[in-house]
Design a protein around this ligand. Structure first.
Ligand SMILES: Nc1nc2c(c(=O)[nH]1)N[C@H]1C(S)=C(S)[C@@H](COP(=O)(O)O)O[C@H]1N2
Ligand SMILES: [Mo]
Length: 315
């Protein structure tokens, strides 16, 4: 088979914003938003969403200075098994995905369980552009200008209880619009999980767009996770439910092949996949391979999360 993959925070200043008038408008919005309940209509933003105009964003200091992978590659070389297992399948088949109406419910060990309509998630805060690497367990990588919000913004809004230790992410699995779900490649729905501190980490992004536009369907519209220090599969696409739990959740890949895919799946050049090395990677669009960096280059920010853990056992 398929080698399935069987196989500093937001201290932003006005000068980092493009364009300026968008910032001014956004700041007005942020200034008044606190006084409104979520769901209050905000004319300029709603209009932008309805017409899917380019999304305004704040440039994040958390971005890598590396050159982004061309949009064409970002949208035509994908893993999204709900639309087939070939890299070309998502771009060919994901047009059937219906991204409106779409809701995301957050439940489990929280004080305020909520169901958000997708457009209300866009209103939780100003979108940030975060240029992050995405490193697939298969040995390729890309650099993608994502647009999104820290996942922590969403999680804080439901007030996690002290007993919540892990977060489970459940992707959509609609056999009518996602043809791959009719085949038992994995046990649907696609499930992912993070420890609560990983989920709350400022690098963990809830992506709503890329390259200045709403997410293309093949990249996990209308919202997907981006966890830049972990292998790509930890970044679940087209999420419909987020559940805070006490015990480490099962994930789709652990269920499919626990020997090959662990819960943590941090990018680690020193721990090989049982069937291939993880020491190097091919950046899509480049010819020569490059060395894979521990935690995909984000060790300074995230290595402390794993202090004292044996990462060969907790792979
Ligand atoms: N729901 C869902 N999410 C998923 C996958 C999938 O098959 N289904 N594939 C994962 C894998 S293996 C990778 S490498 C990334 C690829 O994201 P991209 O296509 O935007 O590059 O999505 C991840 N998220
Ligand atoms: Mo992947």
């Amino acid at each position: 088979m398929l080698s399935i993959p069987a196989r500093r925070t937001n201290d932003v200043t006005p000068s980092e914003i493009t364009p300026r008038e968008v910032f001014e408008r956004r700041r007005d919005f942020l200034g008044t938003a606190a006084g409104f309940a979520l769901g209050t209509a905000l004319a300029p933003l709603s209009a932008a969403l309805a017409s899917e105009k380019p999304l305004a964003s704040i440039k994040s200091p958390l971005s890598t200075p590396e050159k982004p992978t061309p949009l064409k590659d970002v949208t035509s070389y994908n893993n999204f098994y709900e639309f087939g297992t070939d890299k070309a399948d998502p771009a060919l088949h994901a047009h059937t995905l219906k991204t409106r109406p779409w809701t995301v419910s957050i439940e489990g060990l929280v004080k305020q369980p909520k169901t958000f309509a997708i457009d209300d998630i866009f209103r939780l805060g100003a979108l940030e552009e975060r240029i992050y690497r995405l490193r697939c367990v298969e040995g390729w990588s890309m650099v993608i200008p994502w647009l999104g919000l820290p996942l922590a913004t969403l999680l804080k809004s439901v007030e996690p209880l002290g007993s919540a230790k892990y977060v489970e992410f459940i992707s959509a699995a609609d056999p009518k619009t996602m043809p791959g779900v009719n085949r038992s490649v994995i046990d649907w729905p696609y499930l992912e999980g993070l420890r609560l501190d990983e989920a709350m980490h400022p690098l963990t992004l809830l992506a709503l767009g890329l390259y200045g536009e709403v997410l293309p369907k093949q990249n996990g519209a209308p919202l997907r996770l981006v966890v830049p220090w972990k292998y790509g599969f930890k970044s679940g696409k087209s999420i419909v439910k987020i559940r805070l739990v006490e015990k480490q959740p099962q994930t789709a890949w652990m269920k499919a092949n626990p020997r090959e895919y662990g819960f943590y799946s941090n990018v680690n050049p020193e721990v090989d996949h049982p069937r291939w090395s993880q020491a190097s990677e091919r950046r899509i669009g480049e010819f020569l391979k490059r060395k894979t960096l521990p935690f995909n280059g984000y060790a300074d920010q995230v290595a402390p999360l794993y202090a004292g853990m044996d990462l060969k056992i907790n792979f």
